[in-house]
Design a protein around this ligand. Structure first.
Ligand code: B12
Ligand code: SF4
Length: 474
């Protein structure tokens, strides 16, 4: 059957008109393709389906209308995160104008968490919750055969006016992780900085701020099979801007022995590939890991989060200021501190200006001593995390907010999540900028700015484009 898979960018505009929407955040930069979509395309294509990838992130225009690409489809799958959910609803409205009859299923982190809500408030026919590989194959097979959807795992769907929730299918296991290749045949030329590749799924930790959907359960592809996959991507690299592969794992080095083995195989095979990956500080201090990875590292992100031990304990990552320091030192010794982004969060729900100051002081001390790059991000509450769930339980946020655009610029969303006042935020940034002046010139410039909810706040008096939170009526 002919299946379309749609990826949408997060867009925003100052006047909230559809005509002036532009991609924002990571979708403005386009570090790598939306892996879930390209992977599912590979899965379906291998099963004999004719797949059309409709990647609206790739052209960087902010366009949300898939146009005639949906005309000859038998089924459309839509993928979105919480922040791109409002865009997905706009795209869906465009699709419905051309194809009111088309079976549309949504998947990805947002629809998986709020399946009931999104079914009640959109014209979707179904949602697949969690891992999509087996469920999407089963859905396509059932639709092709014209059989009932009762047996499709993980499916939330409409039967007449009732919404049914089939039981969750089994999660993807280790061998599945290296079974299907993403379908990069349809990847547009030079649309992304690098390719995306998953080598493991999930995370053994469960940090309170983090919205990853696979907490407490980590599976990693076997090292040789992973390197075979990286090697298979080499001919496709010329389609990218930087010849690099973005490892989309939550934490690439979660199993340091496996990560070291992958790095050693890359060296043995002399593969012309640079990697970008996320890493936990404690893992980086394991013997030999950073030295093995250094020749293959284009950049890495260390989720440092806080600069004081009590905060790190509340975050729950199993790190301390001492382990963050040790990681920075190891990276410095291996000569890759300059490409190591130490990412800190400011304004976590419990934080006062004193704790924000502690994080700034600590971060700048690491940069001064070891030359790591600093990224300071203001805490943004995003669905899926323990902190988001707590805030929702207290009535501070609700999934309906993600049906409308401008979440990041919304002062209500920002200031419901932090106890800092606008003046305290501004003073903290001013303090950090003073510290920045004292850094030696060879240290990469730290990223520290006021949040967009203060510098370019959403004007709540304006209508927000094209979405509705009214229940959908067929
Ligand atoms: C790599 C990555 C990125 C990359 C690539 C993004 C991408 N679109 O692939 C970049 C750096 C660009 C990125 C950007 C952002 N990201 Co990001 N990212 C990830 C990360 C680490 C891995 C995603 C991934 O590729 N996983 C592997 C694939 C196979 O899994 P998957 O995409 O979930 O797809 C599976 C299922 O969800 C399902 N599925 C997915 N789509 C569909 C569609 C259909 C029809 C079906 C049936 C099934 C289905 O099937 C797939 C196979 O099982 C996740 C963490 C995580 N583990 O999910 C965070 C994560 C998804 N990102 C997050 C965030 C917040 C962002 C940004 C907002 C950051 C920013 N400030 O700009 C942007 C948003 C971009 C966007 N358009 O949504 C949050 C999202 C939370 C939420 N509730 O939405 C996560 C969970 C991180 C976290 N720890 O909190 N991200
Ligand atoms: S922040 Fe990193 S270590 Fe913590 S739960 Fe998320 S992916 Fe795992």
């Amino acid at each position: 059957m002919r299946v379309g898979l749609l990826a949408v960018p997060i867009v925003d505009s100052d006047d909230a008109t559809a005509a002036s929407m532009v991609p924002i955040g990571a979708d403005a930069l386009r570090p790598c393709p939306p892996y879930g979509v390209y992977l599912l395309a590979g899965v379906l294509s291998e099963a004999g389906h004719d797949v059309e990838i409709i990647d609206l992130i790739a052209d960087g225009s902010g366009r949300l209308d898939p146009g005639s690409t949906v005309d000859d489809l038998d089924l459309l799958g839509v993928s979105a995160s919480s922040l791109s959910w409002a865009s997905a609803l706009v795209s869906l409205a465009h699709v419905r104008k051309r194809r009111p009859d088309l079976f549309v299923v949504a998947g990805g982190v947002h629809a998986s968490q709020f399946d009931q809500w999104v079914m009640d408030h959109s014209s979707l026919d179904a949602v697949i919750r969690g891992d999509g590989e087996h469920a999407m194959l089963a859905l396509c097979a059932a639709r092709e055969a014209g059989s009932s959807l009762v047996k499709v795992p993980s499916l939330t769907w409409r039967e007449g006016h009732t919404i049914r929730r089939n039981a969750l299918g089994p999660a993807i296991e280790q061998p599945d992780l290296t079974r299907w290749m993403p379908l990069y045949d349809q990847l547009p030329e030079r649309a992304y900085f690098g390719l995306a590749l998953e080598t493991s799924r999930g995370c053994a930790y469960s940090c309170t701020f983090c919205s990853t959907p696979h907490k407490g359960r980590w599976r990693g592809g076997e090292a040789d099979a992973v390197v075979d996959r990286i090697e298979a991507l080499v001919p496709v690299l010329e389609k990218t801007i930087t010849n690099s592969v973005y490892i989309v794992d939550d934490e690439f080095t979660m199993n340091p022995r496996r990560a070291r083995a992958i790095a050693q195989r890359l060296t043995e095979r002399e593969l012309p590939v640079d990697l970008l990956y996320d890493s936990r500080a404690t893992d980086l201090t394991r013997p030999g890991l950073v030295d093995a990875l250094a020749p293959h590292t284009r950049s890495l992100l260390v989720g440092a989060e806080c600069g004081y031990d009590e905060g790190l304990l509340r975050v729950g990552k199993g790190t301390t200021c001492a382990s963050l320091r040790a990681a920075a030192e190891v990276l410095h010794r291996a000569g890759i501190a300059r490409v190591a982004d130490f990412s800190f969060i400011l304004g976590l729900p419990w934080e006062t200006p004193t704790q924000v100051k502690a994080t700034l002081d600590f971060g700048f001390s690491l940069a001064a001593e070891f030359g790591v790059r600093l990224l300071f991000n203001w805490y943004a509450q995003i669905p899926g995390s323990e902190l988001w769930n707590e805030a929702r339980a207290r009535g501070k946020i609700h999934e309906s907010r993600y049906d409308r655009m401008g979440v990041q610029r919304d002062p209500n969303v920002f200031f419901q999540a932090t106890r800092l006042t606008p003046d305290e935020v501004t003073a903290s940034v001013a303090y950090g900028r003073e510290l920045r002046k004292e850094l030696p010139s060879e240290v990469p410039a730290p990223e520290l700015a006021r949040p967009v909810a203060i510098t370019r706040p959403l004007d709540l008096g304006q209508p927000v484009a094209l979405t509705t939170t009214r229940p959908f009526v067929r």
